[in-house]
Design a protein around this ligand. Structure first.
Ligand SMILES: *Cc1c(COP(=O)(O)O)cnc(C)c1O
Length: 409
């Protein structure tokens, strides 16, 4: 008799984005003439740039002849790409070895899969609000209790509230935890941790032999040279942290699929020697994963050429200009908006403390703008919405104007 993994039954009803899509669709069906303006999902909209397209084409062309054809590659990724990433980290003052780096099909799979190498009795801490993958994958693995609908939290998880009072980056927890997920620049709040803030977590993790899982998917959006782009810029981080990142938001690879994880051999946790955690992730990947697409990795290599890097900076500047249009546009009508300076997301306080979903409906009905309710990312997101700068400029301008002209505050 087969049974299901009953942990799936613990997952709180529905994923956030299907519910947003459902409400937007229902409104559109009732109001077919209305043009909906989307500041909701964090999905890239601008085309891949020429150097990257050339890289992808060269990947395809290599498969067309006997002399250059390749089948399965190394599960850990193309050595040239791993070396290119080592060079990127070197520019940040971070010295890694090629076998510290694992190429993957994206940061979402890595951030979901990484928990499988850690014991089920570990206590997990997450930022609240957070990218939902960290919590949900630990629920599925069985590292939590039931969902508490009144509190909007799972029993057994330690939530670190990120509020306006702490600049949306909480200090380490007061109690002992074992696995800490951090995302900076943050999705959804757009907050970026300072060196001092990350140092506190690294010191905490080294003291308690905890591990930090650092999601750096938005590191390239950091403009302020004083802000760290990698956890490994922090003293002691190579002993307690691993880092997950992605080509999705850097280079528009959301649909192309490519990411990487850094699991330094220096990382040690309870009862492990250096190299053990790295070798477990290697074992996990070689068992479950057959390597990222060879075509796509050629595209990834092109990202780290000087032409590719310049073009990607152009893409990021484009989205960051959108972010400033949104942020200034909201502030102009008296709304309180955070983030958007070193991250593509604006975290906006709802007027008069109305609930996130109530404001979502109000914005949809009055301004025809789709946003993302903050409460979908955790209980401390209640009373906020996330506005995304991923969109065509003309649509961003239209959405901001429509809010300015039509929202009844
Ligand atoms: C978009 C995003 C990712 C990227 O995931 P991919 O699977 O590489 O597309 C990872 N983490 C966060 C926080 C994100 O917002």
């Amino acid at each position: 008799m087969a049974t299901i993994n009953a942990n799936y039954n613990k997952l709180a009803a529905g994923y956030l984005f299907p519910e947003i899509a459902r409400r937007a669709r229902a409104y559109q069906e009732k109001n077919p003439g209305v043009e909906l303006l989307r500041l909701g999902i964090g999905n890239t909209t601008e085309p891949l740039t020429p150097a990257i397209i050339q890289g992808l084409h060269s990947g395809v062309d290599k498969l067309a002849s006997v002399a250059t054809y390749t089948g399965y590659g190394d599960e850990q990724g193309d050595t040239r790409l791993r070396e290119a990433l080592c060079n990127y980290y070197k520019q940040l003052g971070v010295h890694l070895q090629v076998d510290d780096i694992f190429i993957s099909d994206g940061a979402k799979p890595d951030s979901g899969n990484i928990q499988s190498i850690f014991g089920l009795d570990n206590i997990v801490a997450v930022q609240d609000p957070a990218y939902p993958v960290y919590v949900d994958t630990n629920v599925i693995a069985g590292r939590t209790g039931q969902f508490n609908p009144e509190k909007g939290l799972y029993d057994g998880i330690v939530y670190m509230p990120c509020t306006d009072a702490n600049g949306f980056f909480s200090p380490p927890p007061n109690q002992k935890v074992d696995i800490i997920y951090l995302c900076s620049p943050n999705n959804p709040t757009g907050a970026v941790a300072s060196r001092e803030q990350l140092q506190q977590f690294v010191d905490y993790a080294n003291k308690h032999k905890a591990v930090i899982i650092f999601d750096a998917a938005y590191s390239f959006f950091i403009k302020d040279p004083n802000l760290p782009k990698s956890i490994f810029e922090i003293d002691g981080a190579q002993e307690c942290a691993l880092e997950i990142s992605s080509f999705s938001k850097i280079a528009g690879f959301t649909g192309v699929r490519l990411g990487w994880a850094v699991v330094p051999k220096t990382l040690v946790i309870e009862n492990t020697n250096p190299g053990k955690v790295n070798s477990l992730w290697n074992r996990r990947q070689t068992t479950f994963f057959n390597g990222a697409s060879n075509i796509v990795q050629e595209g990834g290599l092109a990202v780290f050429t000087s032409a590719g890097m310049n073009e990607c900076r152009g893409l990021i500047d484009y989205y960051m200009h959108n972010a400033s249009i949104i942020k200034e546009g909201m502030q102009k009508i008296g709304l309180t908006a955070y983030g958007g300076d070193n991250a593509p997301y604006i975290w906006m306080k709802t007027p008069h403390n109305i609930k996130s979903w109530e404001f979502f409906d109000k914005l949809l009905h009055e301004a025809h703008v789709v946003c993302t309710p903050g409460s979908g990312f955790g209980p401390s997101g209640e009373g906020y919405v996330r506005l995304s700068s991923f969109g065509h400029r003309e649509n961003i301008i239209k959405a901001v104007r429509s809010i300015q002209d039509n929202l009844k505050i």
